[in-house]
Every structure is written in structure tokens, then in C-alpha cells.
Design a protein around this ligand. Structure first.
Ligand code: GAL
Length: 667
């Protein structure tokens, strides 16, 4: 059993009572409605700085005292936020350095949110100060159970303070040696050789934007800046409230911060999930959500995570904000729990009356009462979550890992060459996760620096960059019996995007895979090539490696162009293990067919014995088995033995029928 923070599943969401200070009767109504909806938690204070400190040094905590007391009286836990995500106007007016400078060199005016300089000493001091006040005041408040730091850290600032911080960061990382940096960035190209760190600026469209190494360094610097900003925020909380766990909400596809690095700084990983259930491709969306849940869960392996935000209804920021059908919200939330979530939370509890998000879905709509479809959906889910309370803290165990490496993602996006129009690192990774999801096989989503040794198989789509030691660790893993599968464009560059010499994939990997890649072809969208594997013909979409076998068994060959007859899928025995190479990209079912072979040949077992049906995803968490219908039709699943239905407490065996959006939890 992993660490658990609550004995029950947290069900609640972002709550902004400060928007309703003038109508405190609404607060009482909120308490009644929360209990009715089986909501047991609310996250307060996320954007409350102006309400807490209306003028510099003048504080008003009374409203927060009152609401926290009310929450406690009503059995609602508080996740208390620090307010740095949106600063008050007086602060921006008096200290303009707290505002961000855009890439174009212009300082932003006061407005929107998430618009602060990460380096500004004044902003850091002001944040520390308000956080200290909150910690002192509420350190013993019985409602306060967790800290929610700021909100969705993101973005970048190009002010002179940040430029200096970046140059110092570079000095530290390149041993204060400009020649080392020149070599690693290959600055002899286009006469970019530098003589001083002071000559370096952040990447900009009107300045340097063609050196991938600069872009990688800038992203690494931004990650470290966010972490140090966060550490500054939590310093007073660690000192005054060491008993209260700390988290900050990560974002679905935000790639500006390396979450694989940030995660070690939080007590619990939490993230915000907004799937597009309205696109009419629910199974694809479910694969992507599954991948994201597994990614965020694996950031702190062995621990559950929190789903910090989701919408109980529609969002307001798509072009067209279609309402999800009834049942989808429940199924989507249950999927999170199946993948390791110990909380289901919403943005937002009550719709704001004005402002930019007044039409964003909420548990309580502008009508203000409980007689709505969304309120009923949320209530039903709340009742179900109460029945699943014992699952909290239960680990998800996986025998298979898929590598999705954050820094590799930056490099994949940035380099220029081959097919510049299609990289799709996220969707390519999801494509290689889906075959395991289809077959009820749990996976962890790891970085290239994680330990491979505990997995029976590791799949590494598009592992273009190899950070220090990765080549050796893959070699060791396969040598000692591991199964490793890689795809096209593997092992081309080091962590500064400098190419390895001596042929791809780098160094020893040529022996591990028993292949050598001579060239890489890029194919226009409307001119796919052909490749054959397992007696079936596939399109080659966008890109393929032209490889030679140096001892690897050839499992498939190209059927088009001048490389017809050359290998496109290989398998090599190396030491006690096996290394597979899938040299081409295909946008239909090749990844699924390939993984079926991998699973069968290597006898990778499903995590439970239930045979799944098309569009039904099965997931095991501890002793709980979640069977979820993401197809557009009713589905039947045959159970392999007798189970207990955890929600109804009844015995389940034989065939079970799942309606559209239907699910069951068995034990
Ligand atoms: C999140 C954000 C929330 C709210 C929500 C709307 O990204 O953290 O404050 O804006 O989006 O979907």
C-alpha cells in the first residue's frame, strides 16, 4: 500500500467564495448543496490575493476564516491555495518588475493571470509574505488538509533579470567555460562562436532561434526557474505547516516545464484533465487520457495522484463547446480512479456570475439549485466514489513501461530535418500505449532516466535523444534479459542535440538491435510508401529509417521505392534479452499488430483474466478491476470467474452488459 493522504476519495473542486462576499447566504447554500452532491472537499483561495490583501500590507482574512469554519462544520475538507497565480493591481502598479516581458521585449500591462516574472526578487518576496500569513493563520485550522500551490505554473519572461539568471544558469551548466558551450552547441556553424556568456539571450524570433541546444537550455532553465519559484513559495509552508502536504496542479499537454523533474518537489502529483469527449472519437480520447493518467501517476511511482481539475460539463475555451452526454463525466472520472487517482475534482463548484469563465461548466449553474442534469451526474458519481473509498492508497503495478521523455519531446519538436511537418511525439507515444490498454495490460509511462530493470518489456517510441548513460542502460537491460522495442529515428543526438558519430542508432545500440541505419526517408502526406510485416501490407506514413541488418532477424521488409526489399522490422537476441526495431511510421494498425506479436512472443500477461470487448478498457488497480465501455454501443463482457461488484455489493459472474458509457468495478 502506498502513502495515502485521505481514507476516502476526495470529491470536490475549485471554489471561489470570495466572488460572493456580498451575498453570504450563497455560502450557506453552497454548504447545503455540497453535502447533497456528496462533495467532501473544496479548493479555496486560488485567485484570492486581491481579496486577502486589498492594499499593500492591509489584510482581510475574515472572509476566509468564516468560510473555512463553515466548511469544517459541514465536513468539507479544504485544499488551501496560495494566490500567486494572479497578483493584485496595486502590486503591478507599484512594482512593474513583477510583470512579464514578452519575447518582443515589451513588458505586459496588468491583466489576465499567470503573468508574473519568475525571477523578480520583489514578486518572490511578496509571495513568500502572503504565503507566510496564510500558513501562520491556518496552521491549526481543522479544515485545512493540503496546500495547492499557485495554479498551473506556466510561461516565460524575457526581462533583463531573467536574461541574467539564464546566463548564470548557463555558466553553471557549462562549467563557466564558453568554449565548452561553443563545442556542445556546435557554434562554429554560421559563425556563431561566442566569446562571453553575456552575448547569450533567450531564444527569440528577432534573435537566435535556430540553435536547438539554446532552445533546450532555455526550457531547462525555465523548468529550474519554476521549481525555484515554487520552492520560494513553499519555504514558509514547510517551516510553519510541515504536517500539511503540498502539491501544485500540472497541466494536460503543457510542455513548457519538465514535469519529470518538477515532480520530486511535490508531496503528491496532481493534474488537470480536460479530454475532448465531444469530438465523437471516445476510444481515441480514452487512450490519450489513459496515457496521461499513467504519465502523471508514474511521476511518483507507487503513489496515487490527484485529479485536481476536470469539468463536470462543458468547457468554455473550445471553438465549439459541446455538452458531453450523460454518463461520460462519470466514466471519465472512474477511468482516472482506475489509473490511480485518489481524487476527482472540478473546475468549478459554482459558475461565476461575470468574468471570462462565466459559461464554463460547474456543478452549480447560474440557476443556483440542484435540479439540473449536471448536478445529478455529480451526485451519482459522489455516491459511487464513497463506495470506492477503500481503494485510496492502492498502487497500480505494471510489468510493461513505455518511455515518454520530456526533454526528448523538446528535441523532437525542435530539430530541423526529415519530415518537419509531422513529429507528433505525444500521439505517437499514445499509439504505442494503446495496444496494451486494448489488452488490459497495465503500463507505466517513464522517462529515459528511470530504472528499466523491473519491467518485462520497455517500449520506446521515437527515442531521438539519448541523455548521458541511456545507451549503456538500454544495453545492460537487454543483456540481462529485458525486452526493448524502439522505433524510427532512435538514438541520433545527445542532450544538446549534437549528432552521435559512427552511425545510428548511437554506439552500442547498433549491436543491441543488430542493425545500422544508413538513411532516413521522409514521405509527403499523399505519397505513403509500403512496408510488409507478418504477411500484411502497411502504409509508410511520414518517415522511415533505411536500415541494414547486422545479425538481427528480419521480420518485415519495405515494398516500395529504392529500398524495397530492405528490412523494416527486426528482432535481435542480445545477451539474455531481445531488442526489436520498427523502422517506419504507420498511422493505422501497425503498432497494434507489432505489439500483439511482442506480447505473444514474450508471454506478457494481461493484468486480469477477463477477455475484453472492442472499445471496452479493463484496468487493474490493486485488487480492483475496472471494466469501462468507451465504445458507442452497448457491450458484453464475459467474466472468467466469480467477482464481487464493489458498487452494488452483488456477486458478478458470466456475461455482464455495459451500456454506452457504462462501467463496473469488480473485486
Ligand atoms: C484550468 C485552470 C482553471 C480554469 C480551467 C478552465 O486550466 O487552472 O483556473 O481556468 O482551466 O477549464
Amino acid at each position: 500500500m502506498a502513502e495515502k493522504f485521505f481514507d476516502y476519495i476526495i470529491h470536490g473542486g475549485d471554489y471561489n467564495p470570495d466572488q460572493w462576499i456580498k451575498t453570504p447566504e450563497i455560502w450557506d447554500e453552497d454548504m447545503r448543496l455540497m453535502k447533497l452532491a456528496h462533495v467532501n472537499s473544496a479548493t479555496v483561495g486560488i485567485f484570492s490575493w486581491a481579496a486577502l490583501e486589498p492594499e499593500e500590507g492591509i489584510y482581510n482574512f475574515e472572509w476566509l476564516d468564516k468560510i473555512l469554519d463553515k466548511m469544517h462544520e459541514n465536513g468539507i475538507a479544504a485544499i488551501l491555495a496560495t494566490p500567486s497565480g494572479a497578483r493584485p493591481a496595486w502590486l503591478a502598479q507599484k512594482y512593474p518588475e513583477v510583470l512579464r516581458v514578452e519575447e518582443n521585449g515589451i513588458r505586459n500591462e496588468f491583466g489576465v493571470r499567470h503573468n508574473h516574472c519568475l525571477t523578480s526578487p520583489i514578486y518572490r518576496e511578496k509571495v513568500r509574505n502572503i504565503n507566510r500569513m496564510l500558513a501562520e493563520r491556518y496552521k491549526n485550522h481543522p479544515a485545512v488538509k493540503m496546500w495547492h500551490i499557485s495554479n498551473e505554473y506556466s510561461g516565460e519572461c524575457h526581462c533583463e533579470l531573467c536574461q541574467q539568471a539564464f546566463r548564470n544558469w548557463l555558466r553553471e551548466h557549462y562549467h563557466n567555460d564558453i568554449d565548452e558551450l561553443n563545442f556542445k552547441w556546435w557554434n562554429g556553424f554560421w559563425a556563431h562562436t561566442l566569446t562571453d556568456f553575456e552575448q547569450i539571450n533567450s531564444p527569440k524570433s528577432r534573435g537566435e532561434n535556430h540553435i536547438t541546444a539554446l532552445y533546450l537550455a532555455w526550457n531547462r532553465f525555465l523548468t529550474d526557474s519554476h521549481i525555484s519559484f515554487y520552492e520560494n513559495e513553499i519555504a514558509p509552508l514547510r517551516e510553519i505547516t510541515p504536517h500539511i502536504p503540498v502539491t501544485t496542479n500540472f497541466m494536460r499537454h503543457y510542455n513548457g516545464i519538465d514535469y519529470q523533474k518538477f515532480a520530486s518537489h511535490v508531496d503528491l502529483v496532481s493534474w488537470d484533465n480536460y479530454p475532448h469527449w465531444d469530438k465523437g472519437k471516445n476510444l481515441d480520447e480514452a487512450f490519450e487520457a489513459a496515457f496521461l493518467h499513467d504519465f502523471f501517476r508514474t511521476l511518483k511511482k507507487g503513489q496515487p495522484f490527484f485529479l485536481m481539475e476536470s469539468t463536470p460539463s462543458q468547457v468554455n475555451w473550445h471553438d465549439v463547446n459541446k455538452l458531453p452526454k450523460s454518463g461520460m463525466h462519470e466514466l471519465s472520472s472512474i477511468q482516472a480512479v482506475a489509473h490511480g487517482a485518489d481524487s476527482i475534482q472540478y473546475f468549478q463548484w459554482r459558475k461565476s456570475r461575470g468574468g471570462h469563465e462565466k459559461y464554463h461548466g460547474a456543478v452549480v449553474d447560474h440557476c443556483g439549485h440542484e435540479n439540473t442534469r449536471v448536478f445529478r451526474d455529480v451526485t451519482r458519481l459522489g455516491q459511487t466514489l464513497e463506495k470506492l473509498g477503500k481503494i485510496t492508497g492502492t498502487e497500480v503495478k505494471s510489468r510493461v513501461a513505455v518511455i515518454y521523455d520530456w526533454e526528448n519531446g523538446w528535441a523532437v519538436d525542435a530539430f530541423c530535418g526529415f519530415n518537419n511537418s509531422r513529429r507528433d511525439y505525444v500521439s505517437e507515444t499514445v499509439k504505442w500505449c494503446a495496444p496494451f490498454y486494448r489488452r488490459g495490460i497495465n503500463i507505466d509511462v517513464i522517462s529515459m532516466q528511470d530504472d528499466f530493470s523491473e519491467y518485462d518489456a520497455v517500449v520506446a517510441p521515437f527515442l531521438y535523444m539519448l541523455k548521458d548513460g541511456t545507451e549503456e542502460r538500454i544495453e545492460q537491460y537487454v543483456k540481462s534479459g529485458g525486452v526493448f522495442a524502439a522505433t524510427y529515428l532512435t538514438g541520433l543526438v545527445d542532450k544538446d542535440d549534437m549528432c552521435f558519430l559512427g552511425g545510428f542508432p548511437a554506439g552500442k545500440l547498433k549491436d543491441v538491435f543488430g542493425i545500422w541505419c544508413e538513411e532516413t526517408d521522409a514521405l509527403p502526406e499523399n505519397m505513403p510508401g509500403k512496408a510488409e510485416f507478418g504477411g500484411k501490407l502497411y502504409d509508410i506514413n511520414h518517415v522511415c529509417d533505411i536500415i541494414h541488418s547486422n545479425g538481427a532477424k528480419i521480420l518485415g521488409t519495405y515494398k516500395s521505392d529504392f529500398y524495397a526489399g530492405m528490412p523494416c522490422v527486426t528482432k535481435n537476441s542480445y545477451g539474455n534479452g531481445k531488442a526489436y526495431y520498427a523502422a517506419f511510421r504507420n498511422d493505422s494498425d501497425f503498432a497494434d499488430d507489432f505489439c500483439r506479436m511482442l506480447i505473444d512472443e514474450n508471454e506478457i500477461k494481461t493484468d486480469c483474466g477477463i477477455e475484453t470487448a472492442d472499445g471496452v478498457l479493463i484496468r487493474k488497480r490493486g485488487e480492483y478491476i475496472f471494466v469501462m465501455n468507451f465504445s458507442d454501443e452497448e457491450r458484453e463482457v464475459t467474466l472468467d470467474k466469480e467477482y464481487q461488484n464493489v458498487i452494488t455489493n452483488e456477486t458478478a459472474n458470466g456475461k455482464i452488459t455495459l451500456p454506452v458509457c457504462g462501467y463496473t468495478v469488480l473485486r
